[in-house]
Design a protein around this ligand. Structure first.
Ligand SMILES: *[C@@H]1O[C@H](CO)[C@@H](O)[C@H](O)[C@H]1NC(C)=O
Ligand SMILES: *[C@@H]1O[C@H](CO)[C@@H](O)[C@H](O)[C@H]1NC(C)=O
Ligand SMILES: *[C@@H]1O[C@H](CO)[C@@H](O)[C@H](O)[C@H]1NC(C)=O
Ligand SMILES: *[C@@H]1O[C@H](CO)[C@@H](O)[C@H](O)[C@H]1NC(C)=O
Ligand SMILES: *[C@@H]1O[C@H](CO)[C@@H](O)[C@H](O)[C@H]1NC(C)=O
Length: 688
């Protein structure tokens, strides 16, 4: 009992303690009820709440007044009755009281909810016989029924003309019927002074404060989203004397009903206090509303998910496609037997990147075997030339690649270095050192602004001769180039001549039978025996080299039908005829003028004639050619004189036989041929 005095909290207690004690002893029941009149529920698990209708408390502590059933009602009341007035005093004044709660209305369809929630005070612990739908579970039979007994604060989400509703989103105070005494559209004023609209069916938790001032006889109602502090200005302030209406005792609780649309009405937390301000709810402890309102949920499911899925799927497809496309684009053929050539193999991808996708701009030229592109290797940044050779069948390819790779091991300063290869479905790619000045023929025939001077030309001839000698003798196998010509001689940065394309010639094993099957080479550079025997030998290269020397010295192609004078069509015959008249220097390239060393020019022209001999055995070897060129041995002038009667000696394949037979000196026939061999023999013996 003594604790009672303290809890009353009146300053006069100490003075009037004896009287109060007397007073309280006769009215203890009423005072005890007063004393207890307050509760705070942050979530309703284990709360003293009585349920009715379809209301229930969810496992996470939400008070769910209505579920998805249509035209149903739900009631939830604090289990114990409360005394709102002191029935011992005659004035019947209703106490000041205050309550606050957080609710959430989650309609399934956007903007279509029903019907709302009401905070209600009734004389009985429930509303027996109440109706759902627009009646909010508050009224019995009809709106004017005199048996209706309630004080309600409605949060109405439907505009109902029957009850003179102002709109479909309002707060109202109802006494015994649903025609509101006071009502106002829902909004709140921030403490910064801005008024903001608030939707009751937003699905977001919203807090409500209901405060009745028993002295001023006024009810204030305030709303705000839960993340906003309580606004200082109430939304609705209604003068109202509850004394005639309030009975003793009364029950407090909530009522809600569904109509034709699926709506869930929830209360998250509730605090009530008689004769004082309701304790604040602890927002962080409130149970969570179901994730997203049904409408947002369905929007996410029906629109968001398919779109996200579509985006993901198309992204996935495009990634897969680009990988597949890349795979196809950079596909190459590698077989087991190629593995031993590993270091010589290039990745197609690298070559593709190096040549910028084999762009026309990177095209260096189109040769007999394929197109040649300039490129820069991605990692090493080395400049290369990539030759694309198309091949249709796999036959002989293995052997060919073996040759190519072994060629790659040939190293000579006058050979274009083969760096490696790459193989694709119908294509072989050969990678060579890049030669900045391109092929020699352009400098000889293309009427260039810069032509090569004699010392450069002589240097190129000597270089190519030494490269060819290396192929013939410098290695364990005899390599026959089979296509020596000015367009296959490339110039490096210092204008050194380098023989290219030897990778595409066949190997000729020393001592073994030549295994060639078809004619390789260029008309005008192939010796006559090739058309008969089709067998290449080092001496066929010597023949081609002779033609090459003449074209470098004379600046003319071996066969030039474009020339003005008929006896200049076949270069070797023309040089020969000039020589026989003792005027061999008349054949010198006019571009050189007189700017050359006569002895060297003379040597080159005569050696060119000698190499062009129609009998293979009469031609010098490359070793002899090199020795003569570098001046290790002099060209015996006397022994060359015998060439004078050898018109037949320079027969160049089928097409030229006709020309050769019509030549006046052809009648000399057999004897001259023998004579020439003798001359050649004596000449070459000096070169050995
Ligand atoms: C419910 O009421 C009983 C009796 O008044 C009380 O002991 C209990 O603490 C109350 N429970 C809650 C959660 O307020
Ligand atoms: C709503 O609750 C009532 C009573 O708990 C139940 O009979 C009904 O099946 C529920 N409706 C739905 C749609 O869950
Ligand atoms: C006063 O309240 C008590 C219970 O709280 C009740 O039994 C009694 O009838 C009430 N008296 C009047 C005059 O209302
Ligand atoms: C509804 O209640 C108000 C008082 O709150 C009263 O003036 C009005 O006549 C009542 N209407 C009906 C239909 O009973
Ligand atoms: C707020 O609601 C009122 C009526 O309910 C309306 O006239 C006003 O335009 C709304 N304001 C905003 C910002 O939505």
């Amino acid at each position: 009992m003594p604790t009672m005095f303290v809890k009353l909290g009146l300053p006069l207690h100490d003075l009037f303690r004896p009287f109060l004690f007397l007073f309280m002893s006769c009215a203890c029941r009423s005072w005890a009820a007063l004393e207890d009149a307050g509760f705070t529920y942050n979530g309703f698990r284990g709360a003293n709440i009585s349920l009715d209708g379809i209301a229930q408390i969810t496992p996470n502590g939400l008070l769910m007044l209505t579920n998805q059933s249509l035209r149903q009602l739900g009631h939830a009341f604090y289990t114990y009755p409360l005394h709102f007035k002191n029935n011992l005093s005659d004035d019947g004044n209703v106490f000041t009281f205050s309550t606050t709660f957080v609710f959430g209305i989650l309609p399934k369809l956007q903007n279509l909810g029903g019907h709302g929630i009401a905070f209600v005070i009734t004389p009985s612990g429930g509303l027996p016989g109440a109706q759902p739908s627009q009646y909010l579970g508050l009224t019995v039979s009809n709106n004017g029924n005199p048996y209706n007994r309630f004080i309600a604060v409605e949060l109405d989400t439907i505009l109902n003309n029957e009850f003179s509703d102002i709109d479909s989103n309002h707060v109202g105070i109802d006494i015994n019927n649903l025609t509101s005494l006071c009502s106002v559209p829902v909004s709140y004023v921030t403490n910064g002074g801005n008024r903001k609209n608030l939707s009751l069916i937003s699905g977001k938790p919203t807090q409500v404060w209901v405060e009745y001032n028993g002295l001023e006889k006024r009810m204030d109602i305030t709303l705000a989203p839960i993340d906003v502090p309580k606004p200082n200005i109430p939304l609705l302030s209604c003068s109202l004397n509850l004394s005639p209406i309030m009975q003793d005792p009364m029950y407090v609780g909530f009522s809600s009903s569904t109509g034709s649309f699926v709506t869930n009405h929830y209360v998250l937390g509730w605090s009530f206090k008689m004769n004082g301000p309701a304790k604040d709810l602890t927002i962080s402890q409130l149970p969570k509303l179901p994730r997203l309102g049904p409408r947002e949920h369905s929007k996410f499911l029906t629109v968001g998910l398919p779109i996200i899925g579509l985006i993901l799927a198309s992204a996935l497809i495009s990634v897969v496609l680009s990988i597949v496309r890349r795979k196809i684009k950079f596909a190459e053929v590698v077989e087991d037997w190629e593995l031993e050539y590993g270091p010589h193999r290039f990745k197609y991808r690298d070559l593709y990147i190096a040549t910028k996708g084999f762009k026309e701009k990177e095209l260096l030229g189109i040769g007999g075997f394929g197109r040649v592109y300039r490129g820069v290797l991605p990692t090493s940044k080395i400049q290369v030339a990539v030759k694309r050779v198309s091949h249709e069948s796999r036959q002989g390819l293995r052997e060919f690649i073996a040759e190519i790779v072994s060629m790659g091991r040939l190293r000579h300063r006058n050979l274009v270095q083969l760096l490696g290869y790459c193989r694709r479905q119908r294509e072989l790619l050969l990678v060579y050192d890049y030669m900045p000045h391109g092929s020699l023929d352009k400098f000889l025939f293309d009427q260039p602004k810069v032509t090569l001077n004699w010392s450069q030309r002589f240097g190129v001839i000597k270089g190519v001769a030494s490269g060819l000698l290396y192929l013939h003798e410098g290695w364990e196998q005899v390599v026959i180039h089979r296509d020596v010509k000015s367009s296959n001689v490339l110039l490096d940065s210092e204008f050194n001549g380098r023989l290219g394309d030897f990778g595409l010639a066949r190997l000729y094993d020393r001592g073994a039978d030549p295994k060639t099957t078809h004619v390789v080479g260029t008309f005008g550079y192939i010796p006559p025996e090739i058309t008969r025997t089709r067998k290449a030998s080092p001496s066929t290269d010597v023949f081609s080299f002779g033609a090459f020397m003449l074209e470098v010295a004379c600046g003319r192609r071996p066969i030039d039908p474009q020339t003005s004078s008929t006896d200049k069509i076949i270069l070797v015959d023309w040089v020969f005829s000039c020589w026989s008249r003792g005027k061999i220097l008349e054949t010198v390239d006019p571009n050189l003028g007189s700017d050359y060393v006569t002895e060297e020019m003379d040597l080159v022209l005569k050696l060119g004639l000698l190499c062009s001999h129609s009998i293979p055995t009469a031609r010098p070897t490359m070793r002899q050619v090199v020795r003569l060129l570098v001046g290790d041995a002099p060209l015996p002038e006397s022994s060359l004189r015998g060439l004078g009667a050898t018109g037949q000696a320079f027969a160049h394949g089928k097409g030229l036989n006709k020309f050769a037979t019509s030549h006046p000196s052809s009648s000399l026939g057999k004897t001259t041929t023998t004579q020439l061999s003798l001359v050649a023999d004596s000449l070459l013996s000096t070169g050995r």
